[in-house]
Design a protein around this ligand. Structure first.
Ligand SMILES: [Zn+2]
Length: 127
């Protein structure tokens, strides 16, 4: 199965708020150059968006085997930031605006805060 058809495009400027398919954060209306893909996936119509940070790191979030989207926090912990998190495991994550924040399961304390902007800083305020 998988995709029956899929159209990928870059939206110049979004008109509405969207939710990032990977991290789940809100991409504000008026955001520039937003990746959008839509099509028929396993019988359901999908219309998805990605924030800039996830767009730049999407290879970590998509399975090379079947193109399926992997669990975001697992990929973040085991792939993208495994080095930074090595000494803190096990942790769980939350989003906080432009940051991903990781907490220790043991102490519930914040162990790592990583800036991963929803919109690239170079793009903010540009028309
Ligand atoms: Zn995202």
């Amino acid at each position: 199965m998988g995709w029956e058809f899929c159209t990928v495009r870059n939206i110049k400027k979004t008109r509405k708020e969207h939710r990032c398919e990977f991290c789940g954060r809100t991409i504000p209306a008026g955001s520039p150059k937003i990746l959008n893909w839509s099509g028929m996936y396993e019988g359901t119509f999908q219309n998805s968006y990605a924030c800039h940070w996830c767009q730049d790191h999407q290879k970590h979030f998509i399975s090379e085997w079947n193109n399926e989207i992997l669990d975001f926090w697992d990929s973040l912990k085991e792939d993208v930031f495994w080095k930074e998190l090595e000494s803190y495991k096990p942790v769980y994550g939350k989003t906080d605006g432009d940051y991903f924040v990781l907490y220790s399961y043991e102490t519930d304390k914040e162990v790592l805060r990583i800036k991963c902007p929803i919109i690239r800083e170079s793009e903010v305020g540009e028309e």
